[in-house]
Write a protein that binds this ligand. Structure first.
Ligand code: AMP
Length: 214
């Protein structure tokens, strides 16, 4: 099973990818997570992309293509994968097609397209935090106690991503509409696309995905 989770930043691709990854026992590949790890470890890639990611712009396709190829070469992806955050341009979609062909993946990926509303996204992302102890993502709007991680119980461990500041969120949305959204047109011609309202509660989105996948 090869799944691409597609949609605007903050629509819930990462959350759904984690759920589907544990349900289907296939790896979750988040290009944003790979870049953030490289940035925090200050690797050569991390140093090169830091400013681009902090601004909310896109890392060049050629670099992303190499990164994707490396990620998909992993033995663990043999039985499938869930891609979150790739492709973000038509050129990346073409690169993905070539890499899948080169690695002899049998079927075309299924694209799960989570639709959204920009103002809801801005509200959501400005309250999004990551627990630095367990790595889970939370939204402060939905926590009874905004100082305690509901997953691991740690206190005061929430950190805000630099690119979740409002001006950067708005730039990421602009980049999404101008450059990434057209990719869905590419897939409507090339693959199976499942469209779901990503603004619904998390459990409802998962239920819809599972229903439509089966
Ligand atoms: P994400 O966690 O998917 O929202 O990605 C965070 C940031 O990483 C994006 O705003 C981009 O700067 C960069 N990034 C992640 N995936 C890609 C990609 N496929 N192409 C270009 N830049 C990317």
């Amino acid at each position: 099973m090869q799944i691409i989770l597609f949609g605007a930043p903050g629509v819930g691709k990462g959350t759904q990818a984690k759920i589907l990854s544990s349900k289907f026992h296939i790896p979750h590949i988040s290009t944003g997570d790979i870049l953030r790890t490289a940035i925090s470890k200050q690797t050569p890639l991390g140093k090169e992309v830091k400013e681009i990611v902090d601004r909310g712009d896109l890392v060049p396709d050629e670099m992303m293509g190499k990164l994707l190829e490396e990620a998909l070469h992993d033995e663990k992806t043999k039985h499938g994968f869930i891609l979150d955050g790739f492709p973000r341009t038509i050129q990346q979609a073409e690169i993905l097609d070539k890499v899948l062909e080169h690695l002899s993946f049998p079927a075309k990926p299924t694209v799960i397209y989570l639709t959204s509303d920009d103002e809801v996204i801005v509200k959501r992302l400005s309250k999004r935090r990551t627990c630095s102890a367990c790595g889970n993502i939370v939204n402060l709007n939905y926590l009874d106690d905004p100082t305690t991680c509901p997953y691991c119980g740690s206190k005061n461990t929430f950190v805000k991503r630099k690119d979740d500041e409002e001006d950067v969120i708005r730039n990421r949305l602009k980049v999404y509409h101008n450059t990434t959204a057209p990719v869905i047109g590419y897939y409507k011609d090339h693959a199976k696309v499942i469209e779901i309202n990503g603004i619904l509660p998390v459990e409802d989105v998962t239920e819809e995905i599972l229903k439509k996948l089966s």
